[in-house]
Design a protein. Structure first.
Length: 365
């Protein structure tokens, strides 16, 4: 079975993992494997700006090698950057020739997708649907199908022209009659299964434990120590009900010239709301530590539904070095080990907590 490594973009990693499981469960031709990126790779791909296509290909190839996979395994990576200049609507580039220095690396650029969907006031779901369709398009091309210039509402006119993409998203990821025949001729029927998973977003498997064991990730740690690259020393995560504590600490940290990300200083809608997004999101690339205010309110925010819990646990495990917990009460937060040292807000003065943080930053540097 062929492997296709799929970069788990931090904004969509949970959704992508579920889709991967579904893909893997409906067909036996391609095995999709989710890969988390190391911090430096992630940062170079997921911060704004432009990226040379060659550079993106090179990164993709490097990620594949460092995850221990040979160049005959495909890899698909996402970048927030533009891969072409100007107003060219290219979302996706891949299917490099065998003679290329970086074979079977596909690059999906989210720059245009996000811009357009912001203008259309479409949300994350729409962007995700576009991502899935891009992946399917990449797989179809990889299987030997050709894109066509005329619009047929087909997955194979999907990658080049935004209006076509919008039609494609409305219609669902279908193959035109000609390409249905081509798929059959090439014996690539698994593409139909992929299309069906994309269209219905069939989530047959609803067991997070299975997500954990069946999704292989790169063994490399996601966070690498390189203090100078961080925009903030610490970021504060808290439930809205506990804002007064966070604000008090934020002010003290600022007073001590510690660079702090606190939504009272910089508006960020999701702050303290969605921890999973928060932990896996680009913020994580921006602060050396996350100060987490653990409380009854915080726990309620985290586990509004059971399904998320395992994913949260995993996020915590991966972030062990990154999280500095402060307890506001005795609520147990699954995933945060009891052995992780924490401060008790009610036993410390805020100046002492700030001092501890300052010490921690000194060690880290
Ligand atoms: Zn077609």
């Amino acid at each position: 079975m062929d492997n296709v490594l799929l970069h788990l973009h931090p904004d969509f990693s949970e959704e992508l993992e579920r889709v991967i499981l579904n893909w893997n469960s409906v067909q036996t031709e391609k095995r999709f494997i989710g890969v988390h990126l190391k911090r430096d790779f992630e940062k170079s791909l997921l911060t704004k700006g432009a990226i040379e296509l060659t550079k993106a290909f090179q990164l993709g190839a490097q990620i594949r090698t460092e995850s221990g996979f040979s160049p005959d395994n495909g890899i698909l990576i996402f970048t927030e950057k533009r891969i072409f200049e100007g107003n060219y609507y290219q979302l996706y580039y891949g299917g490099s020739e065998e003679t290329d220095p970086y074979p079977i690396v596909d690059v999906v650029s989210l720059d245009f997708i996000r811009n357009l969907f912001n203008q259309l006031k479409k949300g994350k779901d729409y962007v995700f649907q576009a991502i899935l369709s891009n992946i399917l398009n990449a797989q179809a091309q990889g299987a030997g199908l050709l894109t066509h210039d005329d619009t047929r509402g087909c997955i194979l006119d999907f990658c080049n022209y935004m209006p076509d993409i919008l039609v494609g998203l409305e219609n669902g990821p279908k193959f035109c009659p000609k390409d249905i025949l081509n798929v059959k001729k090439l014996h690539k029927e698994y593409l139909f299964e992929l299309a069906e998973v994309v269209e219905k977003r069939r989530y047959k498997i609803d067991n997070d434990k299975e997500v954990n064991t069946r999704i292989l990730s790169s063994e490399k740690p996601r966070l690498e120590e390189n203090a100078s690259e961080f925009d903030y020393d610490v970021a504060l995560s808290f439930a809205g009900e506990d804002r007064r504590y966070a604000e008090e600490l934020a002010k003290e940290l600022k007073h001590q010239n510690i660079k702090v990300f606190y939504d009272g200083f910089e508006k960020a809608n999701l702050w303290g709301q969605d921890l999973l997004v928060y932990l896996s999101d680009l913020y994580r690339l921006r602060a050396k530590f996350c100060i987490m205010f653990l409380s009854n309110h915080y726990a309620k925010k985290l586990w509004t539904n059971h399904e998320r819990q395992a994913a949260q646990n995993r996020a915590f495990k991966e972030s062990r070095e990154y999280i500095l917990p402060i307890r506001l009460d005795d609520t147990i937060i699954p995933g945060i080990l009891d052995t992780v040292g924490y401060l008790n807000w009610h036993e410390e003065r805020v100046t002492d907590i700030a001092e501890c943080i300052r010490q921690k930053l000194l060690i880290r540097r």
